[in-house]
Structures are given as C-alpha cells and as structure tokens.
Ligand binder design. Structure first.
Ligand code: ZN
Ligand code: ZN
Length: 137
C-alpha cells in the first residue's frame, strides 16, 4: 500500500514515498538553489531517511559542495532531468530533503520560513513568515 505522501519526477520514471508529515519546510533563495532549480528559489522539506522509500526508477545523484564546504547529493531523473530530492548531506545526516514540486499532492505542505533572503531578488516579495538572511540557526 502506498504511504501517506507520494512523489514523482516530471516523467514518472522516478517515484518515492514517505509517511512523515514534514515540519521543516523552507523557501531558500541561495545561489545554489537558484542554479540547481533554475528558478529564483527552491522550496523543500526534510524527511527522515529511514522513512524514505524509492519505489521506482534510479535517480542520478550529483555530488555537490555547498558554500559551507560540506557535501550533499542532488538527485534528479536521468530521463526528464527533474530535480526530486537531496540526500547524504554532511550537515544533516539521516535526512532527505524533498523538493515540494515532486509531490503528487503538495497542497497540505506549506513553508514555515524563508532563508538566504540576502540572495532574494528585488522583485520577490517576502512571505509572511520568519525571515533568515542565511541559514536559520
Ligand atoms: Zn523523469
Ligand atoms: Zn538554498
């Protein structure tokens, strides 16, 4: 039986699911998120790795060194190139960060903060949420 939350890439080759209702949901305006998403910001949330099950496909993982000097792996579908999750973060061991757009039903999940607002472009208005210039501490 499918778990509570199901997700997939744009073409459906990569699919995964989890039960955890996320509590850390961030809109991140950092340069890395801009480059990796191709947009102004990325919205993602943390799920414990032991609750995360890949049910279809094999994402391609790209190892990346963040500004902090710590490594992480951005995972995307090798067929449609949709970025779906980030894992093996040195800074958050045991967590997988899921891109909100990959969810089959993203509507119940809403951000709780904005971060790296120092990189937010001028035309984007702040949301009515706690604002952090860089990483929340
Ligand atoms: Zn795909
Ligand atoms: Zn970011």
């Amino acid at each position: 039986m499918a778990r509570k939350h199901t997700a997939r890439c744009a073409c459906g080759a990569v699919q995964f699911e989890f039960d955890t209702d996320p509590t850390f949901i961030a809109v991140c305006h950092c340069l890395d998120c801009k480059k990796a998403s191709g947009g102004e910001a990325a919205t993602f949330f943390g799920v414990p790795a032991d609750d995360f099950t890949l049910t279809s496909g094999t994402p391609k993982a790209f190892r990346y060194i963040a500004e902090s000097g710590k490594s992480l792996y951005r995972n995307f579908c090798p067929d449609c190139a949709a970025r779906v999750f980030t894992d093996r973060l040195e800074t958050f061991p045991g967590m997988v960060f899921v891109m909100i757009g990959s969810l089959d039903d993203p509507s119940p999940i809403q951000p709780i903060l904005e971060m790296f607002t120092k990189r937010r472009l001028d035309w984007v208005k702040p949301l009515d949420l706690p604002q952090f210039e860089s990483m929340p501490s």
